[in-house]
Design a protein around this ligand. Structure first.
Ligand code: PMP
Length: 288
């Protein structure tokens, strides 16, 4: 496996980061998770734009242009001869001292790992996923905005631990005031009276690239769609619930906190959107 590290492709055992890197010491950095489908990088431009937006939000200057980052991603994919891959693109504040001060960090560290994609088991796509509501609330946007895809994922990890302790793989995270925000690594959609709804990202959710793709599909498919605040009562009472994410794509949810959703099976709108999304992954991307 070849890993891109600060301009060079190195073997896995040589791809090491300093213990003084602030990405490690403080979670000070940003990242993207990107996917390729049969030699096509899905929505690469959108991922790169989000990376720069996240970096800008934490005042981190990426030492490469967007075009150079794209070249580095393609170079890494080619070196690993991967056609269907998961790409982890990371930019940290770089090596500093033991204090917080980002001004003491020299050059940001940039690395890119390309690997095979790890998915939920196929049966979850066929039969639907069971999830729970996390005890852990989503970060308060005025403290650390969940729209920033930063290396500081502890909030999500604590909620993931809640999910695991309940015997599930995913958990719904609520805002401090009890609105549904998103899941630990996925956005959430519900179907109510044939209308598709997802919470607005500004309340405390990542603006997912898959979420955007699904919203785009609703226009093409004439599915009524709105961004609206939703409470857990709305979710329990929904006809359909599904999650979206780069790794998960679109995954149906059939049970939440032991309450069945709809008829307890993946819903029709979820299935139609999944079929259209699969088509999109075959066309909407950058060939390498
Ligand atoms: N929310 C969170 C917290 C995430 O980490 C992710 C990405 N894994 C998503 C939503 C989905 O975003 P995307 O569709 O861009 O992968």
């Amino acid at each position: 496996m070849k890993i891109y590290l600060n301009g060079k492709l190195v073997g896995r055992e040589k791809a090491n980061i300093s213990v003084f890197d602030h990405g490690l010491l403080y979670g000070d950095g940003v990242f993207e998770g990107i996917r390729t489908y049969d030699g096509l990088i899905f929505r690469l431009k959108e991922h790169i734009d989000r990376l720069y937006k996240s970096a800008d939000a934490i005042e981190l200057e990426i030492p490469l242009t967007k075009q150079e980052v794209i070249k580095a991603v393609v170079r890494t994919l080619k070196a690993n001869k991967l056609k269907d891959a998961y790409i982890r693109l990371v930019v940290t504040r770089g090596i500093g001292d033991l204090g917080l001060d980002p001004r003491k960090c020299g050059m940001p560290t940039v690395f890119i790992i390309t690997d095979r994609i790890k998915l939920y088991p196929e049966k979850h796509y066929r039969n639907g996923l069971e999830i729970v509501t996390a005890k852990t609330r989503r970060n308060y946007p005025q403290a650390l905005d969940p729209r920033i895809k930063s290396l500081n994922y502890l909030n999500n990890i604590l909620a993931k631990i809640d999910a695991i302790k309940s015997g599930t793989e995913e958990a719904i995270m609520l805002t401090h005031d009890g609105n549904v925000a998103e899941c630990t690594g996925d956005n959430i959609f519900i179907v109510r009276n044939s209308e598709l709804i997802t919470p607005p990202a500004e309340i405390g959710a990542l603006e997912g690239i898959t979420r955007d793709a699904v919203i785009g599909l609703t226009k093409k498919m004439n599915i009524p769609f709105h961004e609206k605040l939703i409470r857990m009562e709305d979710v329990y009472g929904a006809g359909e619930v599904f999650l979206t994410g780069t790794a998960a794509e679109i995954i149906p949810v059939i049970k939440i906190d032991d309450r069945s959703i709809g008829n307890g099976k993946p819903g029709e709108i979820t299935k139609r959107l999944t079929a259209e999304f699969r088509k999109l992954t075959k066309t909407d991307g950058v060939r390498y």
